[in-house]
Design a binder for this molecule. Structure first.
Ligand code: AMP
Length: 189
């Protein structure tokens, strides 16, 4: 089983690189952000709750997002592995993921940290907001999301270093160049 956590600040390229990993390694993809945006689109109760957090650039409560992740994981049959994109975002989520995988006799194979300087993140997200119209890609919300990343999510770097699963990836450069570094790291597992 190839279980990959793709990690990085908003705008670091997690979604783009996940698509390439899925294509090359044939594993399932869970993006918690995509799941929540789909719920908003469908107009469900969960979608309404999610929207109130996303619009403020805040994280959803751990318990809620962990339950969403568990049910998505259960929906995969005969899986060769999973890429976790946008999850975990807190230490509590990382611990829940570890426990969930352990229950299935599995573990995280590697955590890929896409490292991109802050000014570049800002430029990319503002551009994405203009092109895709994603509601939380506006300057005010992006700033809040980056604060949340630094306070609640970046402690996971040390957490995964402790687990021996951490892999730094230079997230600056061409999409192909970044993917080559990722593939080299995965192939070494
Ligand atoms: P993303 O598409 O991964 O950037 O996620 C967009 C937004 O969805 C985030 O800013 C959060 O409000 C929410 N979200 C996505 N994943 C999580 C998570 N693992 N924990 C809490 N909130 C999340």
């Amino acid at each position: 089983m190839l279980n990959i956590v793709i990690f990085g600040a908003p705008g670091s390229g997690k979604g783009t690189q996940s698509a390439r990993i899925v294509e090359k390694y044939g594993i399932n993809h869970i993006s918690t952000g995509d799941v929540l945006r789909a719920e908003i689109k469908k107009g469900t109760e969960l979608g309404q709750i999610a929207k109130s957090y996303i619009d403020q650039g805040q994280l959803l409560p751990d318990e809620l997002i962990i339950n969403i992740l568990a049910s998505t994981l259960d929906s995969f049959k005969d899986s060769k592995g999973v890429i976790f994109d946008g999850f975990p975002r807190t230490i509590a989520q990382a611990e829940a993921l570890k426990a969930m995988l352990a229950e299935r006799g599995q573990q995280v194979s590697i955590m890929l940290d896409l490292d991109v300087p802050e000014d570049e993140l800002m430029t990319r997200l503002i551009k994405r907001g203009q092109e895709s119209g994603r509601a939380d890609d506006n300057e005010e919300t992006i700033k809040k999301r980056l604060v949340v990343y630094h306070s609640q999510t970046s402690p996971l770097i040390d957490w995964y270093k402790n687990e021996g699963q951490y892999q730094h990836i230079n997230g600056l450069g061409t999409m192909e160049g970044i993917f080559a570094e990722i593939a080299e790291a995965i192939d070494k597992i």
